[in-house]
Design a protein around this ligand. Sequence first.
Ligand SMILES: Nc1ncnc2c1ncn2[C@@H]1O[C@H](COP(=O)(O)OP(=O)(O)OP(=O)(O)O)[C@@H](O)[C@H]1O
Ligand SMILES: C=C(C)CCOP(=O)(O)O
Length: 247
Amino acid sequence: MERDVFRTYYVNIYGEVGLGSGGHVSDWVVKLGGSVITCKDIPYCFRLDVMNNIAKQILRISEGSKVVLVHGGGSFGHYEASISDSSRTSRTSHSMITLNFLVNSVLRDQNIPTYTVPGRFFSMNAVNDVLSNGMIPVIFGDILANGMVISGDDITIEIARNGYKAIFLTDVEGIMNSDGKVLECVESTDEFPLIDSNVSDVTGGILTKVRKILEAGINAIIANPGDENILRITSGIRVGTRVGKCD
Ligand SMILES: Nc1ncnc2c1ncn2[C@@H]1O[C@H](COP(=O)(O)OP(=O)(O)OP(=O)(O)O)[C@@H](O)[C@H]1O
Ligand SMILES: C=C(C)CCOP(=O)(O)O
C-alpha cells in the first residue's frame, strides 16, 4: 500500500496530537496572497501556474475540512489603488473583480464549488450562508465607494478569530531574518527586518500583516504554497513561519 504522508500521526503546529486527515478536523481560512497569485511588480500579471497548483491542493483539503478562501490585491488592486486620481476607486474596484474572476475561474476548473463574497459585503453571516449551502466562500480585499481599502488580511484575521486556523500564502517561504533564513516562529515584529521591496502595497505589506496577526492574538502560518505545502500544513507538518505564541 502506498504510504500517504498526509495520513500519518503528528504533533501538529498547534501542539495537538492527531491522526492527519483522519483525526481531528479543523476549519481553515487560507489567504491567497497577492505576492504569490500575481507578479506583484508587473501590473495585471496573474500567476496561472501557481493558482492551478493552489487549486489542486484546496480541492484535496476541502474534501475533509471546512475551507474559506480570501485573496489579496497583488499587482491588480495595489497597483490601481497606488495611483491617486479621480478614478482610483472605480479602477481599483474593477481590478479586484477582474482578479477575483481569474482566481475563481481556476478554482471552478478544478470543480471546486466557489461563491464570491466581495470584501465590501463580508460578514461571518455571509460566510456561513455560503458554507451552509455547500459552497466555498471566496472573499477578496476590496475598496469601498468612499475610497477606503479593505485588506484581505483583516478579513482573514476576523475569520480566524471565529475559530478557523489561518494560513497566509506568499511568494516567500516564510518570514526571513537579515541572513535570508526562514524563521520557524515569530512573536514580535522586532525579530525580522523589512527586506527591500519596490512593489506597491497600500495596506502595509508583511510588517503590518504580522503586527495585525499578533494584535489579534491568533496563531497563523505564513508559507509558500509550494507543490504540497498547504496539504502539509493542514496535516500538521511544520512549514513556513508560525506567527503567534512560540512556546
Ligand atoms: N523579512 C521578510 N520576510 C519575508 N518576506 C518579506 C520580508 N520583508 C519583506 N518581505 C516581502 O513581503 C512580501 C509578502 O508580503 P505581502 O504583504 O506582499 O503579502 P501578500 O499578502 O502576498 O500580498 P497582498 O497584500 O497583495 O495580498 C514578500 O513578497 C516579501 O518580498
Ligand atoms: C488593494 C486592494 C483593493 C485590496 C488589498 O487587499 P490585501 O492585498 O489583502 O491587503
